[in-house]
Write a protein that binds this ligand. Structure first.
Ligand code: UD1
Length: 421
């Protein structure tokens, strides 16, 4: 087990390259199950969730090679339609194989994902979409057993906007017979990227980037190649690190359009942000930060995946800030750990009420989930003295060697092996 040891107080300076988006790659990878051939996905981050998806796809018969952020996936010889508990329990996104397997092979047996560190995360919308397209769904022994002869196009309206359910329904609909219309579809960049990948395979999709997707099913899809988008959450996290440490940095290979509201909130807090093609510069060297409230929302709103990091930021900004999560109402596992570092935060229903303190003080804290652990690293970068962040396997799920990027920017952070749990 690894932990981070961080000595806080150094303003970040310099430039780093943003990795490819984990969440987008996790949707692109299972899409190869829809064709029978060699597919190439470039700009894929080397993070544990990607390795988990690779293992799952290999288990289904996909041949996978991953070198230098380039993933070659050959789906010519699919031998199984079973996604076992061992993979799904590690990563909910494994449920993305449901739609493609069902659409192409007429059956899928996928383990139920179960809960998550910050509460239940249902998949009812995924299942309803499959049923709407004519699949029979049974739950047996912790598994979803889905069967269908040939899926039929359908009108699918999601009561809640869901990235995963939209991705799954889209992947099923592209091979269904006839037309499907998905309303209240997620419009996150990861879904747009998935739709474009499917189109390059020969799928017929309209309304990309909007909340209404119209799909005309086709009989088969070709193999395809795609360059994955940059990771907007990694970029946003490092920008907040720059603001918190009063640094001055440049992010290369970023897409500022995907970060509009995060950039606006950073500017509202007083940071200077400059955009130049794929480079985002942030100058916080003379920053006297102001409190800024945020409320998470579906895209293009403030991402729930940035909520914990923003809370860490506001914990050192004088005055009171309210951070509300409307996507996951109890995603606050980071708060007790931030309090251990000296933050003054109260949870009121689905809001964190943060009263800024002058300084955080180093302590040993524990990661509980991916974004929570990012918020603890951010806090460690400004805390006085030494902060130890335990259980960093959580951060390794979604950030590619975050400590190397931070070190490149001058931070005093190191990864060490530990017996502590
Ligand atoms: C994806 C992201 C995750 C991010 C989340 C919200 C990936 C791999 N993960 O997760 O990092 O935090 O979007 O932006 O892309 N819901 C239901 N029933 C369902 C599905 C979802 O009620 O069947 C609810 C959820 O509980 C949540 C909301 O819908 O309140 C949005 O969740 P969803 O967009 O589905 O999240 P994921 O796709 O799992």
């Amino acid at each position: 087990m690894d932990k981070f040891i961080i000595n806080g107080g150094i303003p970040l300076k310099g430039s780093v390259k943003v990795s490819g988006a984990k969440n987008s790659a996790l949707a692109l990878m299972p899409a190869v199950l829809l064709n029978s051939g060699e597919n190439i996905i470039e700009n894929v981050p080397e993070v544990n969730d990607i390795f988990t998806m690779m293992k799952l796809l290999k288990q289904l018969g996909v041949e996978a090679e991953f070198n230098n952020h380039k993933l070659i996936l050959d789906s010519s010889n699919i031998t199984s339609q079973v996604a076992p508990y061992e993979h799904v329990k590690k990563m909910r996104a494994s449920v993305y194989v449901l739609g493609p397997l069902l659409a192409k092979y007429g059956s899928a047996k996928v383990s139920m994902p179960g809960g998550c560190a910050w509460g239940p995360r249902p998949i009812d919308l995924h299942l309803k979409a499959m049923e709407k397209m004519g699949a029979s769904i049974e739950l047996e022994g912790g598994y979803i057993i889905a069967k269908s002869k040939k899926l039929s196009g359908a009108r699918i309206n999601f009561d809640i906007s869901s990235v995963g359910a939209t991705g799954n329904a889209l992947m099923a609909a592209v091979l269904a017979k006839g037309e499907s219309i998905i309303t209240n579809a997620a419009a996150e960049p990861e879904i747009t990227q998935l739709a474009q990948f499917l189109i390059s395979m020969g799928a017929k999709i309209e309304g990309i980037g909007s909340n209404i997707l119209e799909i005309e099913g086709v009989d088969e899809l070709d193999n395809a190649s795609v360059i994955n988008i940059p990771d907007r959450i990694e970029a946003g996290t490092i920008m907040i690190a720059a603001a918190m440490t009063k640094g001055k940095i440049e992010l290369e290979n970023a897409n500022s359009k995907h970060l509009n509201l995060v950039i606006q909130k950073l500017e509202d807090s007083g940071a200077k942000v400059l955009l130049n093609n794929q480079i985002i510069s942030i100058d916080a060297s003379n920053l006297e930060p102001l409190n800024v409230d945020v409320t998470t929302a579906i895209y293009p709103g403030f991402p729930t995946d940035m909520q914990a990091q923003w809370t860490a930021y506001m914990s050192i900004v004088e005055g009171s800030s309210t951070i509300t999560d409307t996507i996951y109402l109890d995603r606050f596992k980071h708060i007790p750990e931030l309090i251990r570092l000296g933050a003054d935060i109260e949870i009121l229903r689905n809001s964190a009420i943060v009263k800024g303190v002058k300084t955080l003080k180093g302590a040993t804290v524990m990661s509980t989930d991916l974004r929570a652990s990012a918020s603890l690293v951010l806090a460690g970068l400004v805390a006085k003295g030494t902060t130890e962040v335990l259980r960093i396997y959580h951060i390794d799920r979604g950030y590619q060697r975050i400590e190397e990027k931070l070190k490149k920017l001058g931070a005093d952070i190191k990864r060490v092996k530990t017996e502590e749990f």
